[in-house]
Design a protein around this ligand. Structure first.
Ligand code: NZQ
Ligand code: ZN
Length: 409
């Protein structure tokens, strides 16, 4: 096991009816901005429930945070925060609303210029943030109990050297390109103070989001588990427990949307998959996510769709480096106990792909209209963002990413 430090300050209020407890978690005199997305919480009554739990408090609202939340939208929320002297943020929604609210928490106290720099510096330089809490309605990202957020920006203008960069110093001309970006930041100051996890609030999720949540949680686990053996038995078995639960309960959530126990198991699994616990003391990969963020920015694919496409291809290309863990995964998760190691690893990857497809998420780039001629752009973006060496062994170069993407077509 590797050395580690672990601290997670987020208080979890889990179970049906826990929204009623919101009042005691937020200071009495707080000026509270409730943030939400495109309207699901208006339609399913969650917002009303939140407001009645906080009746008599100073409440303000900011809705319209979109999936893959954008800087442009969030800057409008920042204006409300400043105009109304907001001092507590309450996110009600999925990962996008929570991530957007984390950005607002940091941006409200950011004194170093344009808040987009928070993303450009991956969260370094945040010295203060507004306190925030969350009411989760979509189990997937783990954002409700971690200190990360992913924010997009439409049409960001960047200057590039004309001619693909191969120009002589001194005679360089510049072209301006605009493109969509999706970047992450992390900082301990944006851990939610608390998160309410009421599984019954997931009953209204469309099947597509249920499938997405299963895949996102699954891949959060594999990014921290399918690396190399370090003898971290507790972390391995926790990770395997989460994977087995997703495989068992994921399809049931699609078949029985109002089964509380199923929703409860999925919700807690998604939180534990990315709250730092299973990643403490083990190597981590995150290549699938880094490639996935560029695919969303470029082609508008859902976050989980990108993961479902990249992971099977990545595991196939990285099979030798990950062999021991893939064999363990095949045996403990899929019951594959026969054959040579390589064949067992290949069978485990095939099972993974079949599972993703069984919950309704296609696993080929071509399923989403992405073609071979588009792949160069993905490599360009990774290069521009400095993500040129990835993986638990830092062995995934851009050439390797190209091979992964070709295999994912
Ligand atoms: O916007 P509304 O109307 O609320 O509808 C949402 C949205 O359309 C809907 N929804 C949410 N709860 C619902 C519901 N519909 C009916 N009933 C409910 N109970 O679902 C749609 C998708 O919501 P979104 O929040 O975008 O999904 P998700 O939770 O999967 O979040 C995805 C975002 O999180 C980022 C992703 O990159 C993406 O931007 N991630 C954040 C991470 C983190 N902070 O740690 C880690 C992840 O790897 C991920 O990158
Ligand atoms: Zn994810």
């Amino acid at each position: 096991m590797l050395n580690f430090e672990f601290q997670n300050p987020t208080k979890i209020l889990f179970g049906e009816g826990q929204i009623a407890a919101l009042g005691r978690e937020i200071p009495e005199n707080a000026r509270i901005l409730i943030t939400y997305g495109g309207g699901s919480v208006l339609r399913n009554g969650v917002l009303d429930e939140v407001k009645s739990a906080l009746s008599g408090r100073q409440l303000f609202e900011f809705g319209g945070i979109e999936p893959n939340p954008t800087y442009e939208t969030l800057m409008k929320g920042l204006e409300i925060i400043k105009a109304e002297s907001i001092n507590f943020l309450l996110a009600v929604g999925g990962g996008s609303v929570i991530d957007g609210t984390k950005f607002l928490a940091a941006a409200a106290c950011w004194e170093l210029g344009d808040p987009w720099d928070i993303l450009l510096h991956a969260g370094k330089g945040i010295h203060r943030a507004l306190p925030l809490g969350t009411v989760l309605t979509l189990p997937a990202t783990g954002s409700e109990m971690n200190c990360g957020a992913v924010i997009s920006r439409a049409n960001r203008q960047i200057n590039l050297p004309a001619g693909g960069g191969s120009v002589n110093a001194g005679v360089q001309s510049v072209i301006t390109q605009s493109y969509n970006e999706k970047l992450f930041f992390t900082n301990p100051l944006v851990y939610p103070r608390f998160s309410v996890l009421d599984p019954s609030k997931c009953y209204t999720l469309p099947a597509r989001q249920v499938g997405n949540g299963i895949i996102d949680s699954f891949v959060h686990v594999t990014e921290q588990y399918l690396t190399y053996v370090t003898g971290a038995k507790v972390q391995d078995r926790l990770a395997e427990g989460l994977l087995l639960t997703l495989i068992e309960e994921g399809p049931r959530a699609l078949a029985e949307p109002e089964n509380y126990e199923v929703r409860a198991n999925l919700m807690w699994t998604a939180t534990l998959a990315l709250n730092g616990l299973i990643g403490a003391g083990v190597p981590q990969d995150w290549t699938t996510h880094m490639i996935g963020h560029e695919l969303t920015a470029l082609f508008g694919m859902d976050h989980a769709q990108t993961l479902a496409v990249v992971l099977p291809a990545l595991l196939t290309l990285q099979l030798d480096e990950k062999l021991d863990k893939l064999v363990q995964y095949g045996e403990r998760i899929w019951g594959i106990t026969e054959g040579a190691d390589k064949a067992r690893a290949e069978a485990a990857i095939a099972q993974t792909r079949a599972f993703f497809e069984s919950v309704g998420v296609a696993t080929r780039l071509s399923d989403y209209g992405v073609k071979e001629e588009n792949l160069g752009e993905v490599l360009e973006r990774l290069n521009q963002h400095g993500f040129v060496i990835l993986g638990e062994h830092q062995s995934v170069t851009l050439e390797r990413v190209r091979q992964i993407l070709l295999a994912a077509l």
